[in-house]
Design a protein around this ligand. Structure first.
Ligand code: DAH
Length: 332
């Protein structure tokens, strides 16, 4: 093959290669073309193999031409690669465009059940009065629910707190007073606790009674506590809970675990509504947990959470609190 033949071949090769590179649709195709034209067994190498037969003065000229072609193809490949890469990025950006002016996906926001918000509010007030929160379990033994609270098996007060008995002598606690015993067993005085929780009774359900309801217990034991402290604490609590307008009355009462005992009523819809029981902790209860009743005195109270929710939110029937009717619950 003559030098001019080779030069023509080089020129043709350059033309076809540049045309092919210009139409490459993606980077894979571009790589194929690079191998096809510039690879070791590519078309350019084949042409160069023909140079061996050229004379020594022709060879540099054709060699220089071949170099020009090689460089032209490399430049063309590089340009095409840059363009394809830029196009790929632009396409990705376009597909991921975010319209920040679109409205978001609305998710309905839950809210606290009025019973829980009432408990939270009550606890908040007692925390402000120096109490810490304690808890016990809903399944109790006869000892913690009754006996340690000065209520032996034959005690008539048990009639008012009939409950659900479980296999193995356990029962569902009838009040949060059991937490008093559990806490005192593990802590030395002075103590000041508020214990919220669910309690159970074999009660006939009506507008103000339920077989499952909630209480908040408070217990304070230290040296020198008197009924004045109890009264002051309750009155301050009710003042913070309801404001001063609500009429309150302390009424002498009886509980096996307190002496003296009282019930507290608030004036609600023209009637007195009992909202809590309270009293000075009976010395027998202190003895049962190993406290010295000669040295320590204490007061305790049990609040009916449902009753407070009723007064707070002007409800007519506690059964609404358990019905899970969103039309009702959304109001709080
Ligand atoms: N445990 C009582 C009940 O459920 C309420 C009660 C009364 C709790 C007097 C007390 C208390 O702590 O001192 O009826």
């Amino acid at each position: 093959m003559s030098a001019s033949d080779l030069e023509r071949e080089l020129a043709d090769l350059k033309q076809t290669a540049i045309a092919a590179i210009a139409t490459a649709a993606d980077l894979d195709r571009l790589e194929q073309l690079r191998v096809q034209f510039l690879g070791k067994k590519g078309q350019l190498s084949q042409v160069l193999r023909g140079m061996g037969k050229l004379s020594t003065d022709e060879r540099p000229r054709v060699g220089a031409r071949a170099n020009d072609v090689k460089q032209a193809l490399q430049t063309s490949l590089e340009g095409a690669r840059n363009n394809l890469e830029a196009a790929a990025i632009a396409a990705q950006l376009a597909s991921e465009t975010l319209d920040v002016t679109l409205p978001g996906v609305g998710r309905p926001l839950g809210r606290k059940h009025p019973l829980n918000s009432t408990i939270d509010r009550m606890i908040e007030i007692f925390i402000g009065l120096g109490y810490t929160v304690a808890e016990g379990s809903e399944i109790e033994t006869d000892y913690y629910n009754f006996e340690a609270l000065n209520t032996p098996p034959d005690h008539p007060a048990r009639d008012m707190q009939d409950t659900f008995y479980l296999p193995g002598g356990k029962l569902l606690r009838t009040h949060t007073s059991s937490v008093q015993i559990r806490y005192m067993e593990r802590h030395a005085p002075p103590i000041r606790i508020a214990a919220p929780g669910r309690v159970y009774r074999r009660d006939t359900v009506d507008a103000t009674h339920s077989a499952v309801f909630h209480q908040l217990e408070i217990l304070s034991v230290e040296e020198g506590l008197s009924f004045t402290d109890l009264r002051g604490t309750i009155v301050e609590f009710l003042r913070q809970m309801f404001g001063t307008e609500l009429e309150v009355r302390f009424r002498a009462s009886y509980f096996p675990f307190t002496e003296p005992s009282a019930e507290v009523d608030v004036r609600w819809q023209g009637k007195w509504l009992e909202v809590l029981g309270c009293g000075m902790v009976d010395p027998n209860v202190l003895k049962a947990v190993g406290y010295d009743p000669e040295r320590y005195t204490g007061f305790a109270a049990g609040f009916g959470v449902e009753r407070f929710a009723m007064v707070l939110h002007r409800m007519d029937d506690i059964r609404r609190l358990y019905a899970s009717d969103l039309r009702f619950l959304r109001q709080f």
